[in-house]
Design a protein around this ligand. Sequence first.
Ligand code: HEM
Length: 299
Amino acid sequence: MRIQVMMHAMQTRGKVGVENTSLWGCLSRVEDQSTGKPLSGDLLQAEVAGIILGGLDTTAQTCAFTLALLAAHPEKADTLAAELDNAGLLAKPERPQPRGMVYSDLPTLTYLDGVLRESLRMFPVAATGLSRCTDEDCVLGGYHIPAGTEVQVPIYTIHMLTFKAPESFLPERWANKAEESQANEQDNTAFKAAPTTAQQSINQSTETGFTTHGTSLDQTELAQAFIPFSSGPRDCLGQRLAMMEAATIIGTLLGRFTVHLASRMGGYEGVTERQTVAFTLAVDDGLWMRFTPRNGWTP
Ligand code: HEM
């Protein structure tokens, strides 16, 4: 329904000139290769759904789960607040109005990056993964898979089975990963590159002072197991945008509010018990939270 409303609004705007680089401008100029005509009907609907819905619910639910994790782990929220404070992004009596986040803040906020990765590891919102159909016979993990078989890659299950202490919220396990992200700033492989030597050697403590509880990542985990955006040539087109959006939203909110789960949630256990897959991973009946302004912050 939502898609149809969006499609109608977009179609009534008609075709736009090449100078229009909005999402609709670009979509309205895409041609169906078999007919040479603009996309219409199911094809256009699939593109609109893929880009708009795939980009909205996913990022929104990721932010919601991240806030729930921070509310349930106040000591991690405090570590994040300290990082935001260092960057001038936290409301406090001598700085009641912190500055707004800018693009160049993102690579410096390494704990925030770890919080988001850990949230995507524990609650990968594309939980069931997308399916693929084999076009030829193949052998995977010793199993013969005939051509024409639909294969599903269960992202949530892979994350839970592969990582150490999978149900523990440990942003610290990504401590040195952030350095690598900076090095790969211009490179869209930031989430899949092999770990640095320094990263392989971290275990109990790191230069950043975070304790990893023996859960630091090894090469296999980094290269293969963390796949919230899937993997391969058809992985998520919007993954870097998603990470930027989520970091900006969470950094801005945590800089101004402390967050708590509403009592009706029944604590963090209530959140995990009510996980459900509704297009994306979500919490049945919603995620209800209380936001308290920090140090008297007002809009
Ligand atoms: C936390 C947020 C997000 C998550 C977890 C996520 C996850 C995924 C996953 C798992 C896929 C399937 C890839 C596959 O089939 O192998 C996908 C595809 C896709 N995503 Fe995202 N996504 C997110 C945000 C976004 C955003 C913000 C956009 C765009 C604005 C976006 C656009 C797309 C598109 C266009 C595809 C299809 C790519 C293709 O078929 O070639 N996603 N996403």
